[in-house]
Design a protein around this ligand. Structure first.
Ligand SMILES: NC(=O)c1ccc[n+]([C@@H]2O[C@H](COP(=O)([O-])OP(=O)(O)OC[C@H]3O[C@@H](n4cnc5c(N)ncnc54)[C@H](O)[C@@H]3O)[C@@H](O)[C@H]2O)c1
Length: 426
């Protein structure tokens, strides 16, 4: 049996992947309500309203207490690592979970695989010394850092079909037992990289930093095109994709979510030592650009919708495929419009209802919007890159004087009521 500690946005899909690979799995979470709910519904909720039905309750178990892990030797840890006030990641949930594992597991040899994101230096400076201090039974502990390179909206696929596997380890070879688990989880063999702990910690946050740079570059091009007559960012990015590996890059809304902004800030924080401080402006400048760009888009949007009363936002999530609102541009816009006393309604586009943000559960779903689309809108704002309405409906709305603000230029329409950014064709 394999144990997954932390049944969150990443932990649940990980359990689904392990169960699919025919292993028995024990899921531990300290959130009693979540555990009861999971046991009640007897399925593993996944993204995009999908779920995996648990056919055999002995194969997948959810518990709120570590005493059930007595006979387990393999643990995946995917607990939160919230950002501290100095932007480094807190290890407190990891340490709490490790302490319990070391107390309750009776196995002589433990394999502990950490999937949560940690700040550079955490493993050697904090986590390994903690394990040493709390390993009262003197178990042999093989500690492996295997950060996930996944994106919300696509977590399960990111786990079972990654581009490559990265292990942070203090030996050159990972035990056959662990490699076999990954072989069974993954849909096909992937290149494996075994780096040391520090290298792996750096690689994880640099990978997300690079993604924030890529999005910001596309948005910078959009910004320039928005202010340059006869220029279209999509055409420029389509050419640049052949030279700068900018495939699938489009100018749109600023980046957000639970990972990129804080990983970027954590990188800056990790450079705050006397020799590197001088260079920490690199991640900070991306962060600052993203904030300024967000303000710019809001200012331009407010100009467009100034005299409009009823505003509809399609999607509040920070990107398509998820309703997560952490650092979401759409959510920021929603709160601002509310403060300005505008009549504004927002629609969920892809909800995983069991873990969805409390605030959002009060909102309606996209199908409700479709029902009354012609009756109650002055402005419709596409906050995510999603082809939600057919071309005919969009045309009809525009002709009825409904303004459409589309940050992603989804439709090729020229109309006085269709407003886009990043495209300044006359
Ligand atoms: N969400 C992402 O897209 C993403 C991507 C890559 C990496 N990560 C990293 O993965 C980690 C987890 O992220 P998440 O989004 O799944 O978090 P989450 O907040 O959705 O879920 C974490 C779960 O862990 C539980 N938990 C907390 N302390 C516990 C303990 N001591 N024992 C058992 N359970 C405990 C919580 O109750 C919660 O259900 C973080 O380090 C995050 O940075 C997240």
């Amino acid at each position: 049996m394999i144990c997954v500690v932390g049944l969150g946005k990443v932990g649940l899909p990980l359990i689904a992947a392990i169960a699919n690979a025919k292993y028995s799995v024990l899921g531990i979470d300290t959130d009693d309500k979540l555990v009861s709910k999971l046991n009640l519904i007897k399925k593993i909720p996944l993204e995009k309203n999908k779920s995996l039905i648990i056919k055999n309750s002995k194969q997948v178990k959810f518990v709120n207490c570590y005493s059930y892990c007595k006979n387990i030797s393999t643990f995946f840890l995917i607990v939160p690592t919230p950002s501290k006030s100095d932007n480094s990641f807190s290890n407190k949930f990891i340490l709490k979970a490790l302490k319990k594992i070391l107390i309750f597991s009776q196995k002589k040899k433990l394999f502990i695989i950490l999937n949560s994101t940690v700040s550079p230096g955490s493993i050697n400076k904090v986590i390994l010394p903690f394990i040493k201090r709390n390993n009262k039974k003197k178990s042999i502990v093989e500690f492996i850092y295997n950060p996930f390179f996944i994106a919300l909206g696509n977590v399960l696929d990111g786990i079972i079909n990654p581009k490559s596997l990265l292990f942070g380890y203090n030996k050159k070879i990972i035990s056959k037992k662990i490699i076999k688990i990954y072989d069974n989880l993954l849909i096909k063999n992937k290149p494996i990289f075994i780096l040391n702990y520090e290298e792996t910690e750096i690689a994880k946050i640099i990978s997300n930093y690079r993604d924030t740079m890529k999005v910001s570059l596309a948005n910078l091009i959009g910004l320039i095109c928005n202010n340059t007559k006869n220029s279209n960012s999509d055409k420029i990015l389509s050419f640049l994709s052949t030279r700068l590996s900018l495939q699938e890059s489009y100018a749109g809304t600023p980046y957000g979510g639970p990972c990129w902004p804080r990983d970027n800030n954590a990188l800056e924080r990790s450079m705050k030592n006397k020799d590197l401080d001088l260079f920490s402006f690199m991640p900070r400048s991306i962060h600052n650009f993203n904030n300024l760009y967000s303000k710019y888009l809001i200012k331009e949007t407010l100009k467009i919708i100034k005299n409009k009363k009823k505003i509809t936002l399609l999607g509040l999530g920070y990107k398509s495929g998820t309703d997560e609102t952490v650092e979401s541009f759409a959510f920021r816009l929603y709160k601002l419009l509310k403060r300005k006393r505008k009549k504004v309604q927002a629609f969920n586009l892809s909800s995983n209802q069991i873990r969805c943000n409390k605030f959002i559960t009060n909102l309606s779903f996209f199908n409700d919007f479709k029902k009354n689309i012609f009756t109650s809108n002055d402005v419709i704002i596409f906050t995510q890159k999603q082809n939600l309405l057919d071309f005919k409906t969009v045309k009809k709305l525009l002709n009825k004087n409904v303004a459409i603000v589309d940050y992603w230029r989804i439709y090729s329409i020229k109309h006085k009521n269709y407003y886009t950014f990043g495209n300044n064709y006359n």
